[in-house]
Write a protein of this length. Structure first.
Length: 223
């Protein structure tokens, strides 16, 4: 079985006036199935840019990105959309839940987009949300949930389609320390139970230490 993620020679540069700013400089990275890796670095180090590249959210990159053995650079827009939908789950610093939908509906929707049957999608949503302690909050809209509960729904949504790879960009950055610890613990537990690999961008050394491996990004170079 191919690794969920293999990146080789990934580079990204921006031109500002007469200056060229290299945000990523020849990044090499591989994640094994079930491995959770922290991507550590200060603000502006290129963590979000790397996640956007790996998540197939932006173009303008050079190098190779292979997800589940499939080379992203060889795909057209439809192919990248399909790979992103089927193989990648996203958790952001802000939950980005749909405000007019309940917690359960927010987790059902990506499954329906992929073509799942409504009954199966509902069962999967209930199972994930219950595993995150939200069994009593299924019919609550985001405005009726606390910040930690909203982020738990976002975690469930990211895992709804059983992705091989989960990308998380400062997933607890908007939470207080105690809530962040709880949400991260639940995130790590559920990702491991699902057998997914995860790349988690953070600037928090303490949270990074709870993951399987720590990589550091500094001035576009990964170590």
């Amino acid at each position: 079985m191919s690794d969920p993620l293999v990146v080789a020679g990934l580079s990204r540069a921006f031109v500002q006036g007469d200056r060229t700013i290299e945000v990523l400089r020849g990044v090499d990275l591989a994640l094994a199935q079930g491995e959770i890796v922290a991507l550590l670095g200060p603000s502006g180090s290129g963590k979000s840019t790397l996640l956007q590249a790996v998540g197939l959210l932006e173009g303008g990159f050079s190098g190779s990105i292979r997800i589940g053995g499939e080379e992203a650079s060889q795909l057209d827009d439809n192919g990248r959309t399909r790979l992103r939908r089927d193989a990648i789950g996203f958790v952001y610093q802000f939950h980005h839940l749909l405000p007019d939908f309940t917690a359960e509906e927010n987790v059902v929707l990506p499954q329906l987009i992929r073509g799942a049957a409504p009954d199966g999608a509902g069962g999967r949503a209930k199972s994930l949300l219950s595993a995150l302690g939200l069994a009593e909050r299924l019919d609550h809209r985001p405005s009726q949930l606390s910040g930690g509960e909203q982020q738990r729904v976002a975690v469930a949504r990211a895992l709804a389609n059983r992705p091989a790879l989960v990308l998380a960009d400062e997933p607890t950055g908007n939470l207080d320390e105690a809530t962040a610890d709880r949400v991260l613990g639940e995130f790590l537990r559920l990702v491991r139970e699902e057998g997914a690999a995860a790349l988690v961008a953070t600037h928090n050394e303490r949270l990074a230490a709870r993951m399987d491996r720590v990589l550091r990004l500094h001035e576009g170079v990964l170590a």
